[in-house]
Write a protein that binds this ligand. Structure first.
Ligand SMILES: [Zn+2]
Length: 610
């Protein structure tokens, strides 16, 4: 009896408490250890959704009260949200090139929209994943990321048709979220049982802000928010679609903005002209239940160039050596906490408005912008970038400038070949950005081009003219564009815009005269030559048109619009073999163009009949 009591006492007072303590300790250890642990795997799908022109501070989960973004908010609440994410260039094509290659524009050499191509020598995330056995597909919604700019590398299918009836794509060519979703949805129906990497690009929040009903009526005052709400609705449709196919839990979803949007801050509207935070800070959300933590906010700064290495690490694929970003998984797990520095730039003010381009650096609490009138901001104390302390904090400014120079040298270089030698063209470009010592006397070394801050009025003139042009008010657009040309006759775009408006008003003679003036001033401008070719044809001057096309093609043999125009002139002249030659070259660049296919087939039959 005594023995039983002794045993009971021992169990009751010693064994049970000890077991309970061990269980509690283990539970604490396990729950502590697993809280933010990331579980990588090579067997999952990757879905990248890019949100064009979406400012982080206009999304609900980033604190914007008026937002209607329940789907983005849901994914953030159940996934990982980066509260301080930056793009490297506030322009669509360069930003997506940085994202897909994991490299700075210094390295991938895509600095602006329109006339830059991502060279084949660069490796994209799609190429790496296709090599690893992933089915790859992209559904894009704007001409800025058309396949002709080389960004389709690695995608088995690349849907960049915008309007099937459109003869020539242009910067107004775009597709609403509904159509992008439909293409994605049809593709998924056929491919959901294979391992895939898919990129869906929504362009809706970009100008013009015109959300469809009922979002238009819901946001009558702020249609931009309506566009974001409309896009969010289709993010929800994507989630539903993945659920229907039973692959929602097998798909790693990345949602990222490509740049923000300015609404008059520092007098900027739209994006691309300056490199202030309103156009650089983007939403970045990663979602993958059971593999990524839930409801986690990472406050350390992240960058678009970090997405590709993060995806590769998630898939346990070795990170490609040319990648300049870093995996964000250690930041999600809390093993690393420091904010990543980012090189930033825009060539847009120089290439489109003839003033100095801008380069800069965001590091720690500071932002430095190298310009003819340099700027330095403490982002922590002054997040609106209102107080330029460049001349007050000289030591910080000097350290930031040095670090920027170091980064330029490090990231312009090919890793395998040591420092890359700059071509004379690249050198000229950097010189005009104020980076390379230009040999000018002290004090004038920075740049001889005007500071974009001093030319913002010209930018706003263009923007207002463009608004009138979009509304079909060509008379008023003409006034604005004429003033712009008068202020800056050295910019090819200024001739082309005005000539386009003239042609819309049936003033063909004026258009031709204007473009001929432009050609006289800038004989090597391919956009003036292309514009002149079209104007000649509109005026019935086919011979002059074809000669101008040939001049343009000598400068850029892959200029699609000009190949198409030259082929069409030959086709009209019934010179089938010549037409066929131009069309063949054009079809290589844009095989999806229906009118081109028809004309090509027509010429082919005509040549065979002979
Ligand atoms: Zn964009």
């Amino acid at each position: 009896m005594k023995l039983i009591t002794w045993t009971q006492n021992r169990i009751f007072f010693y064994v049970i408490p000890q077991v309970i303590i061990v269980i509690i300790i283990n539970w604490i250890l396990i729950s502590f250890k697993n809280k933010d642990e990331v579980k990588t795997s090579d067997d999952l799908n990757v879905l990248l959704v890019t949100l064009d022109t979406t400012r982080a501070d206009r999304v609900g989960c980033y604190g914007y009260k008026k937002a209607k973004t329940p789907n983005l908010d849901f994914l953030a609440a159940n996934g990982v949200m980066f509260s301080d994410a930056y793009c490297q260039v506030p322009l669509t094509l360069p930003s997506h090139c940085s994202l897909l290659t994991g490299t700075y524009p210094l390295y991938n050499q895509v600095h602006n929209n329109g006339f830059y191509y991502l060279d084949n020598s660069h490796l994209t995330l799609a190429e790496v994943l296709r090599e690893e056995g992933f089915k790859t597909a992209a559904f894009v919604s704007s001409f800025t990321v058309d396949s002709r700019f080389g960004i389709d590398q690695g995608f088995d299918s690349y849907d960049d048709t915008f309007d099937a009836d459109e003869i020539l794509k242009n910067f107004r060519s775009e597709k609403r979220a509904e159509k992008v979703f439909t293409s994605f949805s049809h593709w998924l129906d056929r491919n959901f049982d294979e391992k895939f990497f898919c990129w869906v690009h929504f362009f809706d929040p970009h100008v013009p802000y015109d959300p469809p009903s009922p979002f238009r009526e819901e946001f009558p005052e702020i249609p931009y928010d309506g566009e974001i709400a409309y896009m969010d609705h289709y993010i929800g449709r994507i989630v539903d679609k993945l659920k229907t196919k039973n692959i929602f839990d097998k798909t790693f979803i990345i949602l990222a903005g490509d740049h923000g949007e300015a609404f008059g801050e520092k007098n900027e509207i739209d994006h691309g002209y300056f490199i202030y935070d309103v156009t650089l800070r983007i939403p970045l959300i990663l979602y993958f239940p059971k593999r990524l933590p839930s409801n986690k906010v990472v406050e350390s700064r992240a960058r678009l160039i970090d997405i590709a290495p993060t995806v590769l690490e998630m898939l346990t694929i070795p990170v490609v050596k040319e990648i300049q970003g870093v995996s964000l998984l250690p930041y999600i797990e809390g093993r690393k906490k420091e904010s990543l520095s980012s090189y930033i730039e825009t060539y847009f003010p120089q290439e489109n408005y003839g003033c100095s381009g801008l380069i800069g650096l965001v590091a720690g609490d500071w932002k430095y912008i190298q310009a003819p009138k340099p700027e330095l901001y403490n982002l922590k104390l002054d997040p609106q970038e209102e107080k330029n302390v460049f001349y007050l904090r000289k030591k910080v400014a000097s350290a930031m400038k040095k670090e920027l120079e170091r980064m330029i040298h490090e990231f312009s270089a090919k890793k395998e070949a040591g420092r890359k030698k700059l071509t004379s063209q690249e050198r000229e470009k950097l010189r005009s950005l104020g980076y390379v010592d230009s040999g000018l006397p002290e004090g004038r070394k920075e740049s001889i081009l005007p500071d974009p801050k001093d030319k913002i009025a010209e930018y706003r003139l263009f923007f207002q003219g463009n608004v009138y042009e979009t509304q079909g008010d060509f008379k008023r657009a003409q006034q604005y564009y004429e003033e712009l040309l008068h202020l800056n006759p050295r910019i090819p775009h200024n001739y082309v815009r005005l000539a386009y408006v003239f042609q819309k008003m049936k003033k063909i003679k004026e258009a031709v005269q204007l473009l001929e003036q432009g050609r006289k001033r800038m004989p090597d401008s391919k956009i003036i030559l292309a514009g002149l070719g079209f104007a000649y044809l509109n005026g019935g001057m086919k011979e002059e048109a074809i000669e101008t096309c040939q001049q343009a093609l000598r400068i850029d043999p892959k200029f699609f619009d000009v190949l198409f125009l030259a082929g069409t002139i030959m086709w009209m002249e019934k010179k089938w073999a010549e037409a066929l030659d131009y069309f063949e070259r054009a079809i290589e660049i844009e095989p999806e163009n229906k009118i081109l296919q028809q004309r090509y087939a027509f010429c082919l039959r005509a040549v065979e009949k002979r």
